[in-house]
Structures are given as C-alpha cells and as structure tokens.
Design a protein around this ligand. Structure first.
Ligand code: FEO
Ligand code: CA
Ligand code: CA
Ligand code: CA
Length: 626
C-alpha cells in the first residue's frame, strides 16, 4: 500500500496508512487477547461443530421463525455482473437525477466526455449521490440528496491522475460535493427534476454555515478567517442522511479527514489528529490551491468538520447548522426517532474500523408546532457498550464520566468514547429504526482488522459480542431492543439480524447466518431504511469482484429483509463498480428513489463518463412499493 498515492486509495486504505499495524510486540499481545476472547465466545457461538446452535443463540428469534410465509411482493432476482441496473419482473426503473443534470436553466449542458465546469457544477446535481430524504412542502415533493465525494478521474478527466492543477480545478471538485435540494415531479416522461424550482439549491464545500452546541466558539474551532469559532464554510464528505419530525434534513460529514493536507511536510500535528486520521498528505490536492485546507496555514480548520448538519429544505436562503452536540466523528447517518415522552433520539454510527455507535437524547420533548430550535443542542450524547450476554448499555459522555469538558467531548468525541470503554465496532454504517416495532438496526459493514489490530486510539478490537468474527470481510447487521420499548432507555438487549457470508465457500461462521443462502447472499451491508410496512431495505457497498470469498455475490445490490421472519431476498442489482446507497419513497409510496454511487462503465448513458444517479423504481401495475 505504501506505493499507492493517497488519491488512489480508498478511505479505509488512508486510515491504514495513517495508523499502520502496531509494532510486532504490541500486535502479538492484541492477537493473544483476541484469540482468548474467541475461545470464550466459542462456547456461546462458534464452538467446534456447534455453529448452528451458536448462531441460533446470537440470532435471537429470527432463525426460528424463518419458515413463516413471505411478505415480499416481488420475485427475487439473481446476481448480476454487468453494467446495468436490474429489478424484479413487474418493476421498472429510470434515472431521475444524474451527476451534472441541471437544477437551474442557466447550468451549461453536461458534456459526456468532459463533464461540466466549476461554475456549471454549482448549478447542477453533484457527483456520488448518497443519503437522501423526501420533504413534502406546500404539496410539492422536494428531495435533499448528499454528494459524498468525487472520483478525480471522472471530474477532471483531462488531468494526469485526475489531480487538480489550478484553483479552478479545486473549485470544480468542491462544487461537485455537498448537498443538492431539488423539487421532483411526474411529467409525461415520468419523474424528473423541476428545473428552476424555488426550492432547488446547491450546498457545497464552500457554503456558509454556523456551528451550535458545546464546541461553538471554543478555541479549537477558531481560525484567522473566523475568530468567533462559529462560522464555517462548507460541509465535507456528506454520507448518510436523516430527517427530523419538524421537516429539516440532516446531512452527515463522514471522511472529512482526507480533505486536509500540509504544504509544509515538517509540520507537527496535534496528537488528537491521529485518532481522526488527519495527516500531512491530502487526498484531493485541495491544500495546494486553497489555503483553508492547508494545515500549515489553518491548523484548526479540520475541527470544524465531522458533524451532523441541519438544513431547512423549505427555505433556500436558510443557513445550514452544524450541531456539535451530536459529536464529531466519521458520521454515517442520523436515524431520528422519538422517546416515549417525546424527547428526540438520534442514533449515530462512526464508520471506521473499531469505532463506536452513539445515541443522542434531547433534553426537551418534541411537540408539533412547538419550538424545535434547541432539540439538537440541549441534551446528552451516549455511546454503546455491548456485553456478550446479549445486553448492552448507553453510557452518557459527560464531563464527569470522561474527564473532558463539554466542548472537548463535542470536538474529540472518539477520545471521550474510549475513556468510558465503548465497544469497538465493525464499522457502523447506517442505523434504521423500525417504525412498527421498538427496535433499531445498524449495518456493521465489515472489519478486516477485527481481532488483529486496535483502532486508531489503541482500543483493542476483541472478537465477541456483536462483532463475532475475526478479520470480518462480510459484515453483519446488529439489532437492539430498548428497555421498556423506549428509545431513551439506558439499557437494551441485542441480537444479530443477519451475518453476511458465503455458504458456497465457507462452512463455518463465514458462511453466514441461517437466513443467508446461495440465492440471497451479499457482503458489506451499508445503507438501510425501513418502508412503511416495517420491511428493512438493505443496500450494499462491498466487494463486487464475484471471486474468492465473494464468488456468486455479483454486483452491489439492494435486498429486502423481514424483521419478523428473518427472510432476506434480493430486489435490485447495480452496475458493476457501483455502490447502492440512498433510499426514499414518493409521497404516494408508488415510487422508490434509489441512489447509484460511483458506477463503472458508462452507466447510465451508455457513452462517455459514468454518472452516479438517483433512479426511480416503480411497479408496472402502479401499486405501492413500500
Ligand atoms: Fe459513506 Fe460509511 O459510508
Ligand atoms: Ca455508507
Ligand atoms: Ca461503506
Ligand atoms: Ca460510498
């Protein structure tokens, strides 16, 4: 990996370089502990010849109920390895919003070979669509959708390695990311963007925002350009999403660390930067042309990213708000629900190997039409501690518990989690809350470091609990049931809804749980949303080589799971190279909107550059889809 330039690395590979495998001695100790841990767990789960019994224990009641009648209104589809989207018989799809499609009529036409310009990009759909949510505003359907990152080769196809050579190039990349807000409507040709809708808006890496919560105004957030430490330009690496009961959009800053670098190769960085994977080399070359991203000129700038950002889609002039109270880490999504007494509960994953799962509980309840302005500012952030006996606790990240100030907890949240012994997880991706049962799910996408390497803070990653497999390349979905059926409870019980695996290659735990078979197998669950009937739609972001451990799993896909029976079936496959991420339904539930990120080939146009896109999927008979 040392020979690969940073801009060619995945986010995981960048993390590995920043935090290489520990020195031999330390590594040996970690392995020894992991193995003894696994020995203990063997009694519970994967003892010799007892895999099925063990899975039954971990799987709760799911596998026992796997024989009930299917609730799925589709015929499952086979895997695919081509550069196309496939849906079940009786369903259809079409692209609605491709990278470069105009939001405003003054946007230049997209060039199939060159893409767009920096100025044009600020008036058009960004690249790499990810999390998204629907808002019905004055009877109109408005989608807010994230643009997670940029594929350099695709955005700057004329440049060597796609690297920026001018400030204009950097601006083009910056304008291709952030968030798009777009009105959509059905015309003669089906769903389309309403060009020039008053709700349309682009939010980029440079859009002014403000910071609230304990970190606002703290020294760690002050820069020369913003001595108040409260005004930030832009949002970075917008991954998953959330929506509040009061009609605002939540966009989550994930791999923000890779945007920063230093033009001074000898610069010393604060110790906390290591935990967050912030180093001297940037992943996009921003630091060479935009001093804001040059750590030698702006050392505090990274402290202003890694938050959950709230956007009001009903007011295109509104200033987005970064909520530091919800912590700073590689935020995946923000799954919002209400406690029994109406307080706002937000589940939050930190997507890095061996990082944590969090929960926010507001101080005050949400009341319809009431004041919502402090619900993501006043409250308490917690972190999850899982026990092997299928119980768990949410531990409050208070100054008393952590020895850190409230502002320090908000900025260096990972360090606070370590201090209270949070459970190191197999990369928490999306959390989804079941609308018809008191339970929540988190996709733990994979973690090849499980049991062999600590996280970037030195916390061990023992095999056990909801992370039961060493060098876990397949991933699993953990589910928890809050005590008293109240999401504000400090206690919960948990099980695994599914352990992904490959039963055609492995006969042990890597073959997957009982609800995985040769016909529905997949790897690396990531995006998740519940439909209105309580079915869990699962999207994957994994290895689509269709070889080795992943033979027979094909391209990334979307499956639907039944939380009651445990049944999982494949509904959609994406083009080779792509990840399927982002999901919502039209107001009438007759259309599902699905995101296709970083497709390969020339999808979907069949010529020129590949274009990530939001597609519409519907039933040909016009009935509801979820
Ligand atoms: Fe952007 Fe963890 O996915
Ligand atoms: Ca994701
Ligand atoms: Ca992922
Ligand atoms: Ca992605």
């Amino acid at each position: 990996m040392e020979d690969i330039p940073l801009h060619r690395m995945s986010f995981d590979e960048i993390d590995e370089r920043r935090n290489p495998r520990p020195h031999e001695q330390e590594f040996d100790r970690v392995v020894a502990r992991a193995i003894s841990r696994r020995g203990f767990l063997g009694v519970l789960a994967f003892g010799s010849g007892a895999a099925a019994m063990g899975l039954g224990t971990l799987m709760g009641s799911t596998s026992a109920r796997a024989q009930t009648a299917s609730r799925f209104a589709f015929t499952p589809i086979a895997i695919a390895t081509d550069f196309a989207v496939h849906v079940p018989e009786g369903y259809a799809w079409k692209p609605v919003a491709r990278w470069g499609d105009a939001l405003f009529s003054d946007a230049p036409a997209f060039d199939p070979e060159k893409g767009t310009t920096a100025a044009g990009q600020a008036r058009a759909i960004g690249e790499n669509t990810d999390g998204m949510e629907l808002f019905v505003i004055d009877g109109r359907e408005v989608i807010a959708v994230n643009h997670e990152y940029v594929n350099l080769d695709v955005n700057l196809p004329g440049n060597p390695d796609g690297l920026p050579l001018t400030p204009e190039d950097v601006l083009k990349l910056q304008n291709a990311q952030g968030v798009s807000v777009m009105e959509v409507a059905q015309g003669a040709d089906g769903w389309a963007i309403v060009v020039d809708s008053p709700f349309n808006r682009r939010i980029t890496n440079n859009t002014p925002m403000k910071i609230t919560g304990p970190a606002a105004g703290h020294d760690l957030l002050k820069t020369e350009a913003d001595p108040t430490g409260t005004q930030v330009l832009g949002t970075l690496n917008n991954c998953g999403s959330g929506r509040t009961p009061w009609g605002t959009y939540l966009t989550c800053e994930e791999n923000f660390n890779s945007y920063f670098g230093s033009t001074d190769a000898a610069l010393e960085l604060p110790a906390e930067f290591k935990r967050y994977g912030i180093g001297l080399e940037g992943g996009y070359g921003y630091e060479k042309f935009d001093p804001r991203f040059d750590l030698s000129k702006n050392r505090n700038e990274p402290n202003r990213f890694g938050y959950v950002v709230e956007i009001n889609p009903a007011d295109p002039a509104s200033v987005p708000v970064k909520h530091s109270a919800l912590g700073r880490f590689k935020h995946e999504n923000a799954a919002v629900t209400l406690a029994a007494d109406g307080r706002v509960v937000v589940y939050l994953g930190d997507d890095e190997r061996g990082e944590f799962l969090y929960k926010w509980v507001s101080s005050d309840p949400y009341t319809e039409g009431g004041d919502t302005s402090s619900l993501l500012e006043k409250g308490q952030l917690h972190v999850a501690v899982f026990a092997d006996d299928s119980t768990g606790k949410w531990v409050a990240l208070t100054p008393e518990a952590t020895g850190m100030t409230a502002a320090e907890i908000a900025v260096h949240t990972r360090l606070a989690g370590s201090r209270v012994g949070a459970t190191t997880m197999d990369r928490p991706e999306w959390v989804a809350v079941n609308p018809v049962a008191a339970e929540a799910y988190c996709a733990l996408t994979n973690n090849v470091n499980r049991g062999v390497k600590p996280n970037a803070g030195g916390d061990l990653t023992p095999v056990g609990g909801p992370n039961p497999r060493e060098k876990n390349g397949f991933g699993q979905i953990v589910r928890w049931y809050p005590a008293g059926q109240d999401h504000a409870s400090a206690d919960f019980t948990w099980d695994l809804f599914v352990m992904a695996g490959n039963p055609t290659v492995h006969q042990d735990a890597f073959g997957g749980s009982a609800n995985v078979n040769a016909g529905n197998m997949f790897n690396s669950p990531d995006g998740m949303s519940f439909d209105s009937t309580g079915l869990l739609w699962i999207q994957t972001d994994g290895d689509d080589s269709n070889e080795g451990d992943f033979a027979g799993q094909g391209n990334n896909q979307m499956l639907i799971g039944d939380p009651v029976s445990g049944q999982i079936e494949r509904f959609l496959t994406g083009p080779n190279g792509s990840e399927i991420t982002g999901l919502l339904w039209s107001a009438d539930r007759k259309t599902a909107f699905v995101g296709v990120q970083h497709p390969g080939g020339s999808w979907p146009d069949g010529t020129g550059l590949p274009r990530s896109a939001v597609i519409a999927v519907w039933r040909s008979d016009g009935t509801v889809i979820g």
